[in-house]
Design a binder for this molecule. Structure first.
Ligand SMILES: O=P(O)(O)OC[C@H]1O[C@H](O[C@H]2O[C@H](CO)[C@@H](O)[C@H](O)[C@H]2O)[C@H](O)[C@@H](O)[C@@H]1O
Length: 276
């Protein structure tokens, strides 16, 4: 598989931007980019090619390249399902949660399957008001799901998500509208993604999270890949000199597009090649 020439050239320019104290930042969404979309979110996993490319990037000197996953998943689930290598920065819940993968320790909160790595989380807590709002939102979405066969609700630390992938098209649309009405009733923050409506009690975005990460790391340039509407917020904050890649169909602010998760893994492998 070969990437289009313009994208390959942009990746070469991207890696060349690094300088002393200013690594490049390779950041990616998880679902639909590293992992194919599935009916059961708990079964998601990176493709073998994506996992191999992440490992190669993580093994390179941090002075040259830093790695980040920026996801709508809650942080613990993202760490567990992605198997992200030690050194990876993690952004969960669309920016509400942050952490990074470290070598395992005895008091680890979240460990990988082999117990070789764990996640160091930045402190995270809701106020009592936010907690009460989240409880109301969750109950509202449960009521919506009860009326739509196949729909169900995913819990996150700062949000609840109505999933409609397994509902029929008409039922999914009605349930989505009802979920957005729940969000409006509580004055919460509503995000519509692929067969999901997420109602969050914190106002965050992948764009804010990526900007914060870029500043923290002093990144010379950023590569970001995403497939969903929520990734547009990340594409929009990046500069024309950064590399933004939309995976799959749909309108986008990204500079480049690849067709599939396999091509997304190829982008990561190409960056690893260029830096090796
Ligand atoms: O930002 P991402 O890493 O892309 O996470 C976005 C959402 O991913 C999950 O839902 C999506 O993937 C599921 C598994 O393939 C699929 O069933 C669902 O239809 C997709 O929307 C996750 O469950 C959500 O919480 C994330 O926000």
């Amino acid at each position: 598989m070969t990437l289009e020439q313009d994208l390959t050239s942009a990746l070469a320019t991207f890696v060349a931007a690094r300088s002393a104290g200013h690594p490049v930042l390779v950041a990616s969404d998880f679902d639909g980019v590293l992992a194919p979309l599935l009916d059961d979110p708990s079964a998601s996993a990176p493709t073998a090619a994506a996992a191999a490319a992440l490992e190669r990037l993580a093994a390179l000197p941090p002075a040259d390249v830093r790695l980040a996953l920026v996801s709508g998943r809650d942080l613990a689930t993202l760490a567990q399902l992605s198997g992200a290598p030690v050194g990876t920065s993690l952004v969960g819940s669309h920016g509400a949660e942050q952490g990074h993968v470290v070598a395992a320790s005895a008091d680890a909160e979240t460990s990988d399957v082999e117990g070789t790595s764990s996640v160091e989380r930045h402190p995270f807590a809701l106020t009592p008001d936010e907690r009460a709002t989240l409880d109301g939102v969750r109950a509202g979405l449960e009521a919506v799901a009860a009326e739509a066969e196949g729909a169900w609700v995913e819990d996150k630390p700062s949000a609840a998500v109505l999933h409609t992938r397994r509902a029929g098209p008409g039922a999914a649309e009605r349930a989505g509208d009802a979920a957005r009405a729940v969000g409006a009733r509580y004055g919460a923050h509503t995000m519509t993604g692929k067969d999901v409506v997420e109602i969050a009690v914190l106002d965050t975005s992948k764009g804010l999270a990526l900007t914060r990460l870029r500043d923290e790391l002093g990144a010379a340039a950023v590569l970001y890949m995403g497939d969903d509407v929520t990734d547009e917020r990340a594409f929009e904050v990046l500069a024309p000199t950064d590399v933004t890649v939309k995976v799959g169909a749909g309108e986008t602010a990204a500079r480049f597009r690849v067709a599939s998760v396999d091509e997304a893994a190829q982008v990561l492998a190409t960056v690893a090649d260029l830096l090796s």
